[in-house]
Design a protein around this ligand. Structure first.
Ligand SMILES: CC(C)(COP(=O)(O)OP(=O)(O)OC[C@H]1O[C@@H](n2cnc3c(N)ncnc32)[C@H](O)[C@@H]1OP(=O)(O)O)[C@@H](O)C(=O)NCCC(=O)NCCS
Length: 157
């Protein structure tokens, strides 16, 4: 599988993908609006186009994963993108990677924990606040589960 760094040539396709998957280029994390339109990250692609995307930022000496999407699940794309993030963090001397997921996202909770992430924070009803900044966020999330809370996860690398 080939992994590419987001660059100027891929940016439009990346931004279209983010908008398609997350309703807009804004990601709301802990009540903060984060613009993904120029976020750093990596993507995977095959002959049909982009198959996966991870975006991140470095903040406070830590790496924060802002989005992770696999368009062809259970083929190792999510793991390969996370492995790339871990390598980059190690190269930069970063010791901790953090991310936020939501209570409905059972698949992501399973995936991240099996990868080695642990839960380290719980933000009750955080999505009420997020919807004030991003009304497109649905009330019902994955598998018909009410989308309500943020769960913070960490990985020491
Ligand atoms: C969570 C998510 C990123 C996982 O991506 P993925 O590409 O399916 O991840 P992987 O393929 O690396 O791993 C998933 C499973 O497939 C398995 N797998 C990996 N390669 C495989 C292969 N070649 N054949 C069969 N299974 C494989 C992995 O072992 C893992 O299984 P497990 O859960 O039993 O351990 C993806 O489900 C997704 O995009 N979800 C929607 C967006 C989302 O919620 N993102 C996270 C928001 S914070």
């Amino acid at each position: 599988m080939k992994i590419y760094r987001i660059d100027q040539n891929s940016r439009k396709k990346i931004n279209d993908l983010v908008t398609d998957r997350w309703y807009s280029l804004d990601m709301i994390v802990r009540g903060e609006r984060i613009d993904l339109s120029d976020a750093d990250g990596w993507y995977t692609a095959d002959e049909g186009g982009i198959t996966g995307l991870l975006t991140f930022r470095i903040i406070g000496g830590e790496m924060e994963i802002l989005s992770l999407d696999s368009l062809k699940e259970n083929k190792g794309i999510g793991t390969a993108l996370l492995d790339t993030a871990v390598s980059e963090a190690r190269d930069k001397g970063i010791e901790r990677i953090v991310l936020i997921t939501t209570n409905d996202n059972i698949r992501a909770l399973r995936f991240y924990q099996k990868f080695g992430f642990d839960m380290c924070g719980f933000f009750r009803n955080a999505l009420d606040r997020s919807r004030k900044l991003k009304p497109e966020i649905p009330l019902i999330g994955t598998d018909g589960i009410p989308l309500k809370h943020e769960i913070e996860m960490e990985l020491f690398v």
